[in-house]
Design a protein around this ligand. Structure first.
Ligand code: MIC
Ligand code: SF4
Length: 649
């Protein structure tokens, strides 16, 4: 039996377990990336591991999320990150150099290698034939220290692309189609492997748009083969020698095979408030638009922005539309500057934002009350834009550009009737390259003094698992609750290195009283318990969605199902992830109910049934705690850091 592309890349990296989908494996990590919002905590944890230098082939620390710098906090964190990088052998990508995933794809992504990143969109690197996986900061810290990364050996889903995209239909529409097919839940433990004749018609940045948003389906990663298209991209980046050909065997077997005809795809949009809510742009056409934001790690490549520049050339943004453009990287910005595209965008009235996450994470450009905002980014969760009442639609740059011209959500194919013809922008043979915003590790690392401003706090430590969990259902939430719901980013993100302060914003968009109620329960000596529906913890990799609940005394989450990265983060911080043995029991619990999980420690240690007693309702129900041997040890110790400390002692 032949091998899939995923198996071919992962198998040589396996250091524990074997290729057996669904079972835990440990893999070596060749490269890591961090971004500033998750990076400060990751490096604090890395420092605690007492390793003189990173043990990966390459580690890069990007500053792209918190670049707004209102107050000293962000700048202090940047300085901390820069000194840590210099000291421990890490490349530092300065604020302004671009969004981690875009820059990593351009300058460091290599076919056949593994990349672990403290950001959920690390699979963007799959566009260049690399296995990129998002994880919590602690897991990335472990990888930097030379430890393996544990994951369920993936179930590989093959997506065969046929034909060719029609004019005005984009890679974004392909991934929105994938989201329509697979939705945002039920894909934990899977990987999307793309192939087929149609894949050859997509450039690497287009492929990266598709692998980027696989994260929204909840898959572990997505990957394209490494072929002539990959070679052309690497050559254009001056890295042709790093190319290796990689593809699946003809007779490889898959968990599931899905065929998509590129030629049949039409412009699509994800409507509020989930990337999985898909309609055709035609169905939504006519909706008045207040804001258009172009950028993010999904759609801000050279080709994306040159296409928009072409559409807007000689035109002015509709008076009702505020147009914001954040080029994905400084490389993109420099290249569209040299080609004149930037001038056309500025002339059209674009507000050029920094090459950073910016609007995508809601730390700037929050739209007006009840606004309709068209964005080329990947997430439209409630409140993520910074305006809770805003209606955010996710589209391709082509559809976004059409809205700029007309002031309404418009099928970009209709631009032809307005005399605007499809530009079919090609990738250049050679990009203008300038790596001067990378700072390379110090030659005398021992001389580097690590800067710690007042915003940097110690990561809080957790307690070993008690014999019995005895507490209160502090909050009961429904299906598809994201980590943005659990702990918001936006203007609160500057407190990432200050856990007590950041914790005040737990569940802010869902129930702002959560923090105070949780602290009161904790002060009364009881545990806090979260009850959730299906697919709890979608979205961002932010470990603060576990770390902050731990800090306020959350000891267990009982959900219908949990998403991969969040589940791992809960274990890392000693919060027991439980699922209902019988989903119907979810209905029998209310917020405020007092629950007891007797002998949970003993059951996790020795096995047996886990029964939850609902003292308020006088009922009982069974829950499941699915842990590998290693996860079991971590949970018992009170989290992964505690476990590692105990081991090294
Ligand atoms: C996101 O897109 O939600 C983020 C902000 O990039 C997060 C990381 C974070 O919360 O810092 C992610 O995708 O993991
Ligand atoms: Fe940044 Fe948005 Fe990409 Fe997250 S999704 S890395 S916030 S651009």
């Amino acid at each position: 039996m032949g091998k899939s592309l995923v198996q071919k890349i992962l198998e040589p990296h396996i250091v524990e377990g074997k290729w057996d989908p669904g079972h835990e494996i440990a893999i070596t990590i060749d490269q890591t990336l961090t971004q500033d919002a998750t990076g400060t905590m990751a490096y604090l944890q890395f420092e605690a591991m007492d390793v003189p230098k990173v043990r990966t082939e390459l580690s890069v620390s990007y500053v792209d999320h918190n670049t707004v710098q209102i107050g000293f906090e962000n700048a202090d964190d940047h300085r901390y990150l820069q000194t840590v990088a210099a000291r421990y052998g890490i490349i530092y990508s300065r604020a302004g150099n671009g969004i981690c995933h875009q820059v990593h794809l351009e300058r460091f992504g290599r076919p056949g290698k593994t990349l672990l990143g403290s950001d959920s969109h690390t699979p963007t690197a799959g566009g260049v034939g690399m296995i990129g996986i998002g994880a919590g900061g602690l897991d990335v810290a472990v990888a930097m220290a030379g430890g393996p990364f544990y994951l369920a050996c993936p179930r590989v889903i093959r997506i065969n692309l046929h034909g060719q995209l029609q004019p005005w239909v984009a890679a974004k529409d392909v991934v929105l189609k994938v989201l329509e097919i697979f939705t945002t839940k039920g894909n934990v433990g899977c990987v999307f492997e793309y192939g087929g004749e149609g894949a050859k018609t997509l450039t690497v940045p287009m492929r990266a748009t598709i692998t980027n948003m696989g994260a929204e389906c909840g898959v572990t990663t997505s990957v394209f083969p490494s072929d002539d298209v990959t070679l052309a991209f690497l050559k254009a980046q001056g890295r042709g020698e790093q190319w290796v050909p990689l593809s699946a065997d003809e007779d490889a077997a898959y968990e599931r095979v899905v065929d998509i005809d590129l030629g049949a795809i039409v412009p699509l949009a994800a409507y509020p408030h989930s990337p999985g809510n898909i309609k055709t742009v035609q169905e939504l056409a006519g909706l008045e638009v207040n804001q258009v934001c172009l950028g993010s790690c999904t759609n801000s490549s050279y080709q994306d922005l040159m296409t928009v520049a072409y559409v807007l050339k000689g035109k002015a943004a509709h008076p009702g539309v505020s147009l914001v453009i954040a080029p994905g990287s400084r490389q993109v910005l420099q290249n569209i500057t040299l080609n004149g595209g930037l001038g056309d965008l500025i002339a059209a009235g674009a507000r050029i934002a920094e090459s950073a996450c910016g609007f995508c994470i809601g730390n700037s450009q929050s739209p007006q009350t009840d606004a309709v905002s068209i964005r080329t980014s990947n997430r439209n969760f409630l409140g993520r834009s910074g305006t809770k009442s805003a209606q955010v639609y996710l589209t391709s740059p082509e559809t976004a550009a059409a809205a700029v011209v007309t002031g309404k959500l418009t099928d970009p194919r209709d631009l032809e009737q307005m005399g605007i013809h499809y530009p079919d922008i090609q990738m250049p043979d050679r990009f203008f390259l300038d790596d001067s915003m990378f700072i390379y590790p110090a030659e005398q690392p021992q001389d580097v003094e690590i800067y710690r401003g007042p915003n940097i706090g110690e990561p809080p430590s957790s307690e070993p698992l008690p014999e019995t969990i005895d507490g209160v259902v502090t909050i009961k939430v429904g299906d598809k609750v994201t980590t943005d719901h659990i702990i918001p980013a936006g203007d609160k993100m500057k407190y990432r290195s200050n856990v007590p302060k950041y914790s005040e914003f737990l569940f802010e968009v869902v129930d702002p009283t959560f923090h105070d109620r949780a602290k009161a329960i904790q002060a009364a000596g009881q545990h806090n318990i979260i009850v959730a529906g299906a697919s709890y913890g979608q979205g961002s990799s932010r470990e603060h969605a576990a770390l902050c609940p731990m800090y306020v005394g959350v000891k267990a989450v009982i959900a219908k199902s949990l998403e991969r990265i969040h589940n791992a983060n809960l274990i890392n911080f000693g919060i027991v992830p439980l699922t209902f043995a019988n989903e119907a029991d979810y209905e029998g619990i209310e917020q405020g109910d007092e629950l007891e999980i007797p002998n949970i420690r003993r059951v996790i240690e020795q096995g047996g049934k886990l029964v939850v007693k609902n003292r308020t309702k006088g009922t009982e129900f069974e829950v499941v705690c699915n842990l590998s041997e290693r996860e079991r040890e971590s949970i018992l110790a009170g989290g992964t850091l505690a476990y590692m400390k105990a081991q090294s002692a």
